[in-house]
Write a protein that binds this ligand. Structure first.
Ligand code: KG4
Ligand code: ZN
Length: 307
């Protein structure tokens, strides 16, 4: 396993070029470590799966190039999986049984999307964010509150001591649609901290005020995510909800989702914390592609924007 969290913390966020270089440095040692832990050698590998979309193009290119080289050298099939769909697939891994068809919510640092997941390889997008992803909003608000990077877990901890009703932050519900928007909420937190003169340098808030800001912001995000999930469940008539992505580790969201599932009489699938954030097990969707004979070719490309 390799994590770039400490590296990115130094810059207060993910710098694409830095991330791509770290991928180059760490990819082969991580593959070696994975083989060792599994007790196999590279010659035992029957196929290579790679997340080729969506994401930062530099990091994706490193993974796609390595996967193609490995598949070619070993003479084994190549399988291309989608990273966002992989977050939903983590629910299936954790549940160890079929979870489809279901409504899927992916809430990560790069994506906030709702899907109608018909089966393991057929995902229809119902809505997605028009600006910031939910995790991005957590990270930016954490920076405004002086809580550091990664922001999500820090806001989660800080919010535990705050009053979620202390500040009335906007909930952008975009009429009756299933899209999301979090940039107005982030700006509202900025105004609450700095006043209207946002350019003026201000010390980040401390003590109870900071906890109240974190709790009120978090509640606004959770309220929007819950309302959109409710709509998606009712609109599709589905009684299963699968939630993945880093923000699915948020404690307030997890408990609100449990309440939603109870009131909507739906089954909730949510992975344990370790499977919520990015991990290679999510690529297990490739097994389904393998069964269907949907192999990728060596002209596979990184597709940064496809969600
Ligand atoms: O899925 P992920 O690991 O990477 C992407 O594909 O983006 O998600 C990372 C995001 C970050 O924005 C991080 O702040 C957020 O997930 N996150 C959380 C929590 N843990 C991680 N957000 C809210 N509460 C958390 N406990
Ligand atoms: Zn992710």
């Amino acid at each position: 396993m390799a994590s770039q969290t400490d590296l990115h913390a130094r810059f207060g966020g993910v710098v694409p070029e830095v991330a791509a270089r770290a991928h180059v440095q760490r990819l082969l040692p991580v593959i070696d470590e994975a083989l060792q832990q599994a007790g196999v050698t590279i010659r035992d590998i029957g196929a290579v799966a790679v997340h080729h979309s969506p994401g930062l193009v530099g990091a994706l290119l490193v993974g796609v190039s390595a996967a193609k080289a490995l598949a070619l050298a070993l003479g084994v099939p190549l399988l291309a999986v989608n990273h966002v769909e992989g977050h939903i697939f983590a629910c299936r891994l954790a549940a160890e049984r079929d979870i489809f068809p279901c409504v899927g919510l992916v809430v990560s640092g790069g994506h906030t999307s709702l899907f109608h997941c018909r089966n393991a390889v057929s995902f229809e997008r119902l809505g997605s964010t028009r600006d910031d992803a939910a995790g991005e909003a957590f990270d930016k608000v954490a920076a405004i509150l002086g809580l550091g990077f990664p922001g999500g877990p820090a806001v989660d901890r800080e919010a535990a001591n705050g009053n979620p009703r202390a500040y009335q932050f906007p909930r952008s519900l975009l009429d009756d649609g299933l899209d999301f928007s979090f940039s107005g909420l982030k700006t509202a937190v900025l105004y609450a901290v700095r006043g209207r003169d946002v350019a003026k340098p201000t010390e980040p808030p401390i003590g109870q005020k900071r906890a109240d800001l974190a709790a009120s912001f978090q509640r606004a995000v959770v309220d929007v995510l819950i309302e959109k999930c409710r709509r998606a469940l009712r609109r599709t008539g589905l009684k299963r909800l699968a939630v993945g992505g880093g923000v699915a580790a948020n404690r307030s969201l997890r408990s609100a989702l449990s309440e939603l599932a109870a009131t909507e009489k739906a089954e909730l699938f949510i992975p344990p914390m370790a499977l919520c954030t990015d991990n290679a097990a999510m690529a297990a969707q490739a097994v389904e592609l393998w069964r269907l004979g949907r192999f990728a070719t060596l002209d596979l490309d990184a597709e940064p924007a496809r969600a």
